[in-house]
Structures are given as structure tokens and as C-alpha cells.
Design a protein around this ligand. Sequence first.
Ligand code: SF4
Length: 322
Amino acid sequence: MYYLGVDVGSVSTDIVVLDEKLNVYDQVYLRTKGRPIEAIQRGFKQLKNKYKDKEVRAIGTTGSGRGITSFILGADCVKNEITAHAMAGVYYDKEVKTIFEIGGQDSKIILLNQGVVTDFAMNTVCAAGTGSFLDRQAERLGIPIEEFGNYALKSKLAVRIAGRCAVFAESDMIHKQQLGYDSADIIKGLCEALARNYLNNVGKGKDIQPKVFFQGGVAANIGIKEAFEKILGFEIFVPKYYNVMGAIGAALLAKETVESKRCKTNFKGFDISDHVFITNSFQCKDCPNECEVVRILDGEVEIGCFGDRCGKWNQKSHIKSS
Ligand code: SF4
């Protein structure tokens, strides 16, 4: 018996399989490449042979592509990333009061009081500090991204890098490279600049209290974890499944939904990987909003709509996103 969680972001799509004790039994990481439906189909194709005869009790989706993929999968629960990350963080440690989440293209901060979200902020504008920005800088320095954090630890003296935005950080880094600074010192300086940037933007005005969990792909970078610790003056914790916490949260929320409603899952099965999904759109003329409504078809059958401001067309779908 399993619970599935799917986190569809703009850079990556994560699928986790939780067993009946809610341990992470399997996980799949895929590049979304701007095509969330295809990413989901590739992921479920990988899982199909192993799980097609197994019982799935619930499935949840989160991430920017949560709505569209919920139609494809028959999700029992569709929740935003804040709720999903908070759910997973608190599941692993009830003492967590702050969650830093830095993903491929955006970053978030979530504040909690006794497991309840009290405040949050998101940054989807400035790329500095996100996974894709770090990938680019690692490539520029000729260092594998997995080694980035370890390089920072080798540094004895960080080079001051302007981290106010991605453009400044990149041009300042290039300038320091040209001046002949050591790569380790530049990387450490970059990690510190990115941590400052995060705290001054996403974390601006927030009462950051320990215990802090650092989640998302960038949490793999021990240099940034240490930079946060240096600035804040206390330990930052990176949970074991830091890179799939959104998907874990979605699976846990789906479990809660199915159990509270005492219903069966709507999951459409692993065969969705073989279906042909078509997306088209039309302009609704029923009021001056003139919404562009996107329809998803499974073959010739319409399975869901989104983009309608009033929910008139979306009502056809079995579940609402939140
Ligand atoms: S979908 Fe709703 S809000 Fe949008 S144009 Fe039609 S009636 Fe108006």
C-alpha cells in the first residue's frame, strides 16, 4: 500500500512513493523542460512495472504545475508549495519554526508556530541564489555543481561578492575571477552573497526563529548552509529528503484528505504514461473578462479546464486547486 506525491516545478518534477509507514520508498527526479504533462508521463512510465499491481491509497500534487497534472493523475489533493513544504517539514520535526526553501527558479520562506503556517514570502523575480543561477556559475567556474559547497569549505577567506541581484552577482564574480582570486574564495564569497540576498529579500522583516529547516535542491550546497549559519548565528538543519519535501508534503496531505473524507483515491493508475493528452484553449465570451480557458483532453474526453476566473469551466473537474 502506497501514497504518491508529485511536485511539478518549472525546472524539475519530483515524484515520491511513501510506504504504509510513510517512509520514502522510491523517488523519481525529472527535468520538466516546460512540458509538465510529458514529465509526469515519463515519471510514471519509470514506476509502472514496479507498482502497477500495487495498491495506491492516495495521490497529491503541488508545485506550479499542480493544477494541470492533477487532471492527468486524478489527484485526491492539490495544494500550493507553501502548504506542502510546511506539511513535510513539520512531519519530520515538530520543533521547526522556519523553513528556507530554495529551488530551481524561486525561493520561499515559511514561518510556523506549533506546526501552523503564520507567515510566508516567495521570490520569483530575482534569480540570484536559485538552483539554475548556481548551475550557471558552477559551469562558468568549470566546477561540478555537486562540488560547489565543498569548494566553499576549502576557502580561508571569502571574497566579497555583490549579491543584490543575479546580474550584479555574476558580473562581480567575473570581475573577481579576472583579478585572479582563488576559486574556493570566490565560491565562498558567492555563497555568502546569496545567503545575504535571500535574507534581505525573501526574509526581509521576518522573525526568523530556530529551528530552521533548509529545503529544496540548493540545500545540497553546504557552502550556503554554512553562510546562513554564519549570518544568523545558529545551526541550520537540512532534512534527509531536502530535495523532495514538496512531493512528500503532497503525499501526506493526500493521505489526510482521503482518510478525512473516508473515500477511495481518484488515482487514474500508472497507465497514464501510455495515454495521449491534448491541450487546447478557447476564449470564453460569457462576460467582459473574456478568459482564455485551457482544456485538457485524454484522447477525445475532456478531463479538466483551468484559466477561468470564475471557476465556471473548472467546475467540471473533480477537484479544486488551492
Ligand atoms: S470564464 Fe467566467 S469570468 Fe471568464 S469570461 Fe467566462 S464567465 Fe467570465
